[in-house]
Design a protein around this ligand. Sequence first.
Ligand code: ANZ
Ligand code: ZN
Length: 651
Amino acid sequence: EEVVNGKCERCGGEVVKKEKEQWMLKITEYADRLLEDLENVDFPERVKTLQRDWVGKSTGAEIIFKIKNSENIENKNGSKKSDRSFLNQKEKSVKVFTTRVDTIFGATYLVLAPEHPIVNELSFTNKDEVDKYIKQALGKSDIERQENKEKTGVKLEGITATNPANNKQVPIFIADYVLTGYGTGAIMAVPAHDQRDLEFAKKYNQPIVRVIMGVQKKPCFPDRAFEGEGFIINSGEEFNNLKSQEAKEKIGQKIGADKKINYKLRDWVFSRQRYWGEPIPMIHCEKCGWVIEESLPIELPNIKEYEPTKEGESPLAKVDKWVNVKCPKCKGKAKRETDVMPNWAGSNWYFMRYCDSKNDKEFANEKNLKYWMPVDWYNGGMEHTTLHLLYSRFIFKFLWDIGVVPKELGNEPYKKRTSHGMVLAEGGVKMSKSKGNVINPDDVIKEYGADTLRIYEMFMGPFEQAIAWDTKGVKGVRRFLDKVWRLSDEGVNKKGSLELKKLLHKTIKKVTEDIENLKFNTAVSAFMEFSNEWQATEKGLAEDDFKDLLKLLSVFAPHMAEELWKEIGGKQSITLEKWPEYDIKLIKEEKINLIIQVNGKVRGKIEAQAGISEQEAKELAVTDKGIKQWLDNKEVKKVFFVKDKLINFVI
Ligand code: ANZ
Ligand code: ZN
């Protein structure tokens, strides 16, 4: 279910955020391996990039900014404040995470996430205003907060922080573009070199100090922050002119920054409060705490009501008989966990179970696993190239670590990953029920046949690309099949054309190679070209050649090919026939001798491919050593070309 305007999409109920104890899988422990092992697999580069981005490894540093108040901040009446809480603040500090220590001389303010715990400990003077801001910020989701909307924030009046690089006092803000779950939940803002900070600084009139000069020395203010690396400026003699990389080291050392690696990857919340899902095999005992249930599988009880409990627990919590069990350890009173696994938990390992699905003694027999795994080639949609792919790689590594997956297999589940493009609706938009533009395959099959649908989908475009549905294209494919059907009647005889035989062998080569490379669309084009030539020759196609054509076509148009195969006397199903092989002699290009004339006089001969075009012949001739002397510095007025025979330059 989705949340729409703070309400449940399905029932309209109010949606509230609640803290909950849930089971998590510690995928973050595997972050580095999930990155490093990408080197060993054959995935498309964009898929690897998605995996890397999701893990989001970021190398930077943590820096402490001391907070200064305020013992002697003047209050509005002009009298010195001497409140004790202010005195206690002397030692307070904020830690920020940055990937750009080299920009610290340009850090003109700090920003805390609205949830930052230190906010409660600071004594700024505009508490009401700050509380109000925090309250509305907490109502937003992380996604809303990262959207490219106008930045909002509030300044903490009466306190400042010390920039450890230059000892300047900088203001502290709370703003919701800083997230609590990442880094330290606090940043040093460098408006000259971070676009978000720049937008914020302009709105709240904060100074913008440029400290990095790009190599191209292009000015980019005032609209955009220069986010690249380069040479240091405005950072004191000691650091000016250093390159960013070097400055990170040197400035870091000077101010005592702690090197730190952060990951965007979060641990995987593995609990769901519903019925459908694999039970989490944990039991909570009053005495022993959490104990693992070892008598597996745990089966879901039959229930009548699938609604969660009032407290938001899984409906399983209502089934006393199922919940109340004996502790496996001390046999005392205990309760089963009622959360279940997410509905896609199993998609991370089911394929390993397929290796030995009847085995009720173990996960899978080692011999079978060794035989089948790792998966040679996994093709699927792009929508599964982030999370599902990452999670299943993680689970496989975990199973490898605990010895369930044989060590020899390595710890990547898929050797090769490809993905097909999405089929869009006519006009290039996403198909969706609500737009009413969904193409139903059953309808297409009824009107044009299953073979047409199948070939059309292969023919639509390059395998990886998203392509819009086009009914004209469907009709074109149907016409192609009709043509083959017709020619199978009129165009097949004992002897057949040699030319056509040659083209058939080229087609066998092309289609075979295209299939291996997932270039189904160009394979279909080759069939279409062949059918056009076939239609054009009167000599027709020899019977044996026709059989080869059918075998080739059988993986594209299985129904029609099978039917025609029977008609021509095929005994067993065409799917059991051997794949045709091309004869290298038949596909060799023929060579011809092209005569070259200049003003009608023969000046030479060159060897060329049969069938070469006028343009190609011209290029060959003018670059030929013997001919060059006749054409150099002369203006060619006209060219006569007789295909496969001669070319005559008139100068
Ligand atoms: C100063 C700075 C100067 C930054 C500069 C960037 C450019 P990645 O690469 O994604 O790790 N940041 C740190 N914690 C944050 C949080 N909780 N919420 C929002 N932003 C946060 O990005 C790291 C950079 O993102 C950090 O480096 C910090 O801004 C910001 F010219 O620090 B930077
Ligand atoms: Zn116990």
